[in-house]
Write a protein that binds this ligand. Structure first.
Ligand code: ZN
Length: 112
C-alpha cells in the first residue's frame, strides 16, 4: 500500500517538473529571459576588465565596489569575448609589468 502511494507521488512529481519545463520553454519562445538575472551588465564587465588588466586595480576591491563576489567578477570577465581592451593607451603595460618586476627583484640577493 505504501509503495503504491510513493509511486503515485513520484508520478505526480514528474508531471510537475514536466509542466515547469514546458512553461520555461514557452517563456523562452516568447523572448523572455529564464532564470536568475545577471549580476553585472556588459558595460560594467568591460570597465572592470579595463581597471583590472590595464590599470592594475585589485580584483577584491573592484568586486566590492561593484557589489559582487570576486568569483562572479572573475567568471564574468572570463566569459567576455575578445582579449584586452584596445581603448586604453597603456593597455597591459603598466600594471602587470611592474608587478612581475617586483617579484623578480625579491629573488635577487646581493653577494658579499
Ligand atoms: Zn583598458
Amino acid at each position: 500500500m505504501f509503495h503504491m502511494m510513493a509511486a503515485l507521488a513520484e508520478f505526480e512529481r514528474s508531471l510537475i517538473s514536466e509542466r515547469t519545463r514546458a512553461g520555461m520553454a514557452a517563456a523562452k519562445a516568447r523572448g523572455c529571459r529564464v532564470g536568475r538575472p545577471r549580476a553585472l551588465v556588459h558595460q560594467q564587465i568591460v570597465a572592470a576588465r579595463c581597471a583590472l588588466l590595464c590599470h592594475g586595480m585589485a580584483a577584491g576591491a573592484l568586486a566590492r565596489d561593484l557589489g559582487v563576489s570576486p568569483r562572479t567578477l572573475q567568471r564574468s570577465i572570463a566569459a567576455l569575448d575578445g582579449g584586452m581592451c584596445r581603448d586604453c593607451p597603456g593597455a597591459g603595460v603598466d600594471g602587470l609589468g611592474d608587478g612581475r618586476r617586483q617579484t623578480s627583484l625579491s629573488g635577487e640577493t646581493g653577494g658579499p
